[in-house]
Design a protein around this ligand. Sequence first.
Ligand SMILES: Cc1cc2nc3c(=O)[nH]c(=O)nc-3n(C[C@H](O)[C@H](O)[C@H](O)COP(=O)(O)O)c2cc1C
Length: 178
Amino acid sequence: MENFHDLIVNRRSIRKYSEEEIPADKVKTIMEAALMAPTSKSSRPWQFVLVEDSAKLEALSKCKEGGAGPIAHCSLAIVVAADVEASDPWIEDAAIAATYIQLQAQDLGLGSCWIQIRGRYTSTDIESETYVQNILEMPDTILPVCIITLGYPDETKKPQNTEKLLWEKVHIGTWQER
Ligand SMILES: Cc1cc2nc3c(=O)[nH]c(=O)nc-3n(C[C@H](O)[C@H](O)[C@H](O)COP(=O)(O)O)c2cc1C
């Protein structure tokens, strides 16, 4: 594993992927990371649907009006969902698991991108959550929060620029405008 800070500096959203498949052991490592993510009261309300089938990926890429294109050509899409009846902070729990997936993927040399589902709509005004649930035959109470696309990068991006971090967002002791 590379130094954790370097991993965060180097992680960028990758939206273009090569055709190379992700080996099963790497998928397992990624899902282990997701299943170890912290959750409120250890309720573990998340559910994950792994999709590799190209026809399903193509259909999922139409889950919202814009910004879902990377799903069509990724090697693996992980739909990160949660049981809304299992825990009130289900959104936070799902978001943390999604972040674990992205960071674990980065450490394995994979590219990833978060595709927002919750609160989005298709071009025909269907809720993106419902659209994804229908394609993947998911129960009504399991709401998709996001889809994490994964694959070997087919684009290079500059690392984060640590010289341009928004330090004015950081307030020490009390809220003081900087
Ligand atoms: C909550 C959230 C929603 C996002 N939704 C999308 C999306 O729907 N489509 C997309 O291509 N990227 C999406 N992204 C990726 C962001 O655009 C990206 O993280 C941001 O531009 C910063 O770039 P970086 O990840 O390379 O640092 C999302 C990221 C987050 C955290």
